[in-house]
Structure formats: C-alpha cells, structure tokens
Design a protein around this ligand. Sequence first.
Ligand code: NMX
Ligand code: MLT
Length: 472
Amino acid sequence: MVFFRGGVSLISKLRSRTVQQPSLRDSVRWLQYQTSSDLDLQSQLKELIPEQQERLKKLKSEHGKVQLGNITVDMVLGGMRGMTGLLWETSLLDPDEGIRFRGLSIPECQKLLPAAKPGGEPLPEGLLWLLLTGKVPTTEQVDSLSKELRSRATVPDHVYKTINALPVNAHPMTQFATGVMALQVQSEFQKAYEKGIHKSKYWETTYEDSLSLIAQVPVVASYVYRRMYKNGQVIPMDDSLDYGGNFAHMLGFDIPDMLELMRLYVTIHSDHEGGNVSAHTGHLVASALSDPYLSFAAALNGLAGPLHGLANQEVLLWIKSVVEECGENVSKENLKDHIWKTLNSGKVVPGFGHGVLRKTDPRYTCQREFALKHLPEDPLFKLVSNLYEVVPPILLELGKVKNPWPNVDAHSGVLLNHYGLTEARYYTVLFGVSRAIGICSQLIWDRALGLPLERPKSVTMEWLENYCKKAA
Ligand code: NMX
Ligand code: MLT
C-alpha cells in the first residue's frame, strides 16, 4: 500500500524508503508522503500490523509442516547451537557477514539513517524506527521520536530510592537491573491486563511501556554512574539533545566526539537477532505475558554474564592488567605470553569468539573505523589493533575454537576509555541501555503477532541414551 499526499518535496519522499526484505520485494513501499500521522510511530505501526498478521497466518497455514533441519544430540547437549527455533523480525545474523537490522548492514545504517550532523553517526532513534517499522525514517520522523522519548523520560522518585537502598559499590548491572524492576510499577500493560483487556489490544500497552522504558533507561543508567563514580551529582537531561547525545551528556561527557560515539554505540549494540542470551531471555519471559519491564530486567540479568555482555568489562580490565605489567607499548611477543597465561589458567580471552559469527564482527570493524578516524594515536587502540593480529592464530592453535575473530566487546572499552569513561565495571550498563531498543521492538511485534508461550521440550540423559539405542 502506498500513500500519496500533496505538498511534500521529492527529497522527503525519497528519504522515507522502505527497507527491502528479500522475501518481500513485491510488497515493498517505496515512497511515502508525510502527514502528522506519518510522524507518529504508533500510527505507523497500526497500519503495518494487520498485513503482518495476515503474513504470519499464511506462513502457518501454507508452510506450517515444512522442516527446517534435523535436531541432533550435539545440538541438545551443545546449547542449542545451530538450531533454528525462534521468530525474530527486527534483525538477522549471518555467520560471515554479521548483523542486518531489517535487512540493512551496519555500513548501510551509517549511510541511510538520519544523523545529528552531516556524515555523522546514525541516531539510535532512527534505528528504533527502522526496527519497528522496517522503514528508514526521515529526519522529521526521527526528530518527532526524539521529542516523544524526551517527553517520556521522567523517572519516578521511588526508583532512585530503590537504587539507593543498594550499597554504592554493588555491581552497576545489579543497580541498573534493580532500577528497571522498580520502573515496573508504572506498567500500563499490567494495569490493562488486570482490567481484562482483549488480547488484540495487548500490543498497544506493550508499545506504551516499551517506549517509556526505552526513554527512561538512559536516565536510570546515568543515575547509577553518577551515584557510583561522581559523588551522586546528577546531570539533568538537555532538551535540545537527541537520545544518544543526551545519554553521553547525562553521564557527564559533552565532547562532541563522545556524543557521536554514544550514538554509534547505542545503535550497534541494540539488536543481534533473537538467540543471544539477553534477547532470548527477554523474549522467553515476555512469552508468559510478563510486561516489558519484567522481561527486560530478566534480559539484563543474562547480559550481566561474562560470556555475554559483561565481556566488554572483562576486555578493558584484561587490557589494563597487561599495561600494568608491561606498559602501554607492550611488544607482540609479550602479548602472546599474556594470552597463553590467560588460556593456561583456564580462562577465555574476552572479546574473541562467538556463538554464531564466523568472521570479524562488523560491530568491531565499525568501532575500529571510528578509532582510526578520531583517535588513531591512542596507545590502547594500538594495543587492541595488535591483539587483532596476535589472538586469532593462538585461538586457532587450540584447535577447538570455532571463531577466533574479535566480537563487539573487543573494541568498545578503549573508545570509552579514550573519552574519559574509564570505569570498566560500568560498561555492560551501556550495552544494556542499547539492548532495550532491540528487545522492546521485537516484544511489541510478539504481542502484535500474538506469538505463543515459549515452552520447548527437554529430555534427560537416560531418555537420550534410550532413544539413540533404539535409533541404532
Ligand atoms: N578464548 C578461549 N577459549 C575459547 C574462546 C575464547 N575467546 N572462544 C571459544 N573458546 C572455547 C570454548 O570455551 C569452548 O571450550 P570447551 O570446549 O573447553 O568448553 C571451545 O572453544 C568451543 O567454543 P565455541 O563453539 O567456539 O564457542 P561457543 O559458541 O561455545 O561460545 C563464546 C561463544 C562467545 C561464549 C566464546 O567464544 C567465549 O567465551 N568468548 C569470550 C567471551 C566473549 O567475548 N563473550 C562476548 C560475546 C559477545 N557478546 O557480547 O555477547
Ligand atoms: C550479542 O550482541 O548479543 C552477542 O554478540 C551475542 C550473540 O549474538 O550471541
């Protein structure tokens, strides 16, 4: 369906291009004129939902019995690796190419999504619009969404009191997740559910909660940062700033390059298809009709694990331990010794490897490009570049690592550290703020599509042994 209304420039029409999904080329909307409802994200969704509901219905009725592959014992014992088992609309991960957000690669997002300045990094609000609608938003649509998020950003006082009840040195992820749980008392979904709302309306209050949650997480996160590291001196939101810029500002970093870094950071960490621990946890919890706050708080607790989001903390701490021992200009030979020391003590090399990716993570590459542009002489960036050369051959030598290449977490810390955000224990909170965008976007679609309770079958070792005996 294409809407043509008068009085809008061709440029504005072209900017509103829809992202092509390979399977959907025939239903692509290429041009769209703007009216006030075009600037309202919820109205846009309202239009999209019926056709996507139909699409799902057709998929089920026409192809419901098509097989997607075999489940092996290895998959059951191996963390379900390679098992296709989830529907996740907002992004798709290719093992070699990396993530695509609604069909767009990271370089394409950098080119197409509106930025705060010409040629600048994409605004996360633009990505949120893209994830929710599948369309590249215009600058006006992004401005309108920025404004809406600012208008929803006030955090109730009890949330700060709840965080304050924790020791000030409690892990930042514990403080952040506690703050998100405290936000839950404002859930519109929960209130509507208690009143007995019809299930066809679930997505509307889920949308309300999700937008408020996305708007408020940077405020809660910066409160945690200022509480822990800046004597509790809180910095209020700046109404002239966008989402990512405001987050950097509330943390206490106003250098324009740091604002740009935060926009890029929040954009690239937002979504990584559905099977990663945080997204999958959020989706699973939400499948019980838990509201977005409950679901996202659960997701954060998964993100806080060292094999997942906490790896960004671990990377910088590891790098700093190397520098402490050998200085900033550590030789490649000394680096190799450190890597072997880490491996021989039964630990992983943080920031390398991946459950799905089999090449360098494009989120690593775009951060490397940011560093080459803005901080090429930073000594820790040089060290990270040396690790890129030294770590993969060593991991390959182990003979068991499926992907020896760096992931997103191998790079983020040195960029933040360069601009003065040096507290590595805090880094996973930044990841968490960003991930609210991806998890909540899919959650709104979970409700709109009426996705069911998630409940896979589990078996015991005895069951597997008996099954395999019979099969043999
Ligand atoms: N350093 C040492 N050993 C590794 C590494 C690594 N970076 N990556 C994988 N291995 C080991 C892994 O521990 C396993 O050993 P074992 O059989 O003794 O248990 C073996 O290699 C096979 O693992 P894979 O199949 O290659 O990886 P898997 O899919 O199981 O795990 C990660 C993926 C990401 C958990 C793993 O690569 C890892 O621990 N990396 C370091 C932590 C990290 O950077 N995590 C962040 C991931 C991105 N994120 O933000 O979530
Ligand atoms: C993520 O961003 O969630 C990580 O790269 C982990 C994953 O995709 O499994």
